[in-house]
Design a protein around this ligand. Sequence first.
Ligand code: DMJ
Length: 424
Amino acid sequence: SCISGNIQGATIVDALDTLYIMEMKEEFKEAKEWVEKNLDFNVNAEISVFEVNIRFVGGLLSAYYLSGEEVFRKKAVELGEKLLPAFNTPTGIPWALLNIKSGIGRNWPWASGGSSILAEFGTLHLEFVHLSHLSGNPVFAEKVMNIRKVLNRLDKPEGLYPNYLNPSSGQWGQHHVSIGGLGDSFYEYLLKAWLMSDKTDEEGKKMYYDAVQAIETHLIRKSSGGLTYIAEWKGGLLEHKMGHLTCFAGGMFALGADGAPNDKTGHHIELGAEIARTCHESYDRTSMKLGPEAFRFDGGVEAIATRQNEKYYILRPEVIETYMYMWRLTHDPKYRQWGWEAVEALEKHCRVDGGYSGIRDVYNNHESHDDVQQSFFLSETLKYLYLLFSEDDLLPFEHWVFNTEAHPLPVLHKDDGNKEENQK
Ligand code: DMJ
């Protein structure tokens, strides 16, 4: 075909705010110059709308809010405009894939009956609200508010949101529900949309707490050994498996505890603490002290991967992310201890000449490296570790929310006439 490639520079853009926060000024300047000279969206590429939004749009927005450098704002808005044709569907639920030259979209061929994915179209909200805010163009916010409207018109099985929604018919695909892959950050963005609005977005708030209620009733279970976990739901049947991705939910429950209805604040903190403990166990029960991609609670095992293709670790952040939220919200020192165990394991098993690498089997005694350093290692894993060992006034939760790639976005305060005065 004549597709020439991809947007280049994911690692650089994903790392900008981490460099800034860590006060690595020389490296930040070098990265900024690369962005000025080389970051190019006029390419013939079919991209994932979700991945480009969370890594590139999110990375550029944070770099702008932290540094105040105009180039980042300009590039973020330019890229946002490139993504708009993805919303040209009968319902306005965007396509997963978009050719940013032709503007032609489509969905992943594997997704249930031509569906779009909940965690993909549901993870645009924070960035698009900021794009409207920074450009003065309401179109971005309108696109994501319409997604909510479509979701709120639909019946939800047992109050749960299936991972698949067809953008042409506006109907759910397969009734698979997950708080891990394919679902995860949709729930995160409901809560964070409310927080980022200075707690004015009542619709986001209601959708979040209603969803958590259904998740507790239908997906959260306790193992015989006393570990709380979040299962997957397939048309009413539970699969007793938890993905590494799902471990972010501990931090989410704790972050949302403060606003929980019916005196449930303590309960949501406790839920976060229990998920953190379970995910720590998934690390502790391996030989490398790094967690597998997925672990199970069936056939006599607890918090252990049983299938060879679920034993890898690709430098994912979710467990450390949950430690960071739990630390900030409880100051229980065990979260720093657990974070330090992860630091030591990363140094011991993932450090290689050119950087850090994923591991093929965390239960093995010697490492087989996959030779990939995911861009989220710099944006998320290292940033959350740094915040775990920093004071609470570095990017305080009252003023900042983190997008799902750990890019901080400022809370839009009610009384903000001109907003981006420094909140660092
Ligand atoms: C990141 O790109 C984001 O955190 C996303 O929400 C889920 N997957 C990766 C990290 O594991």
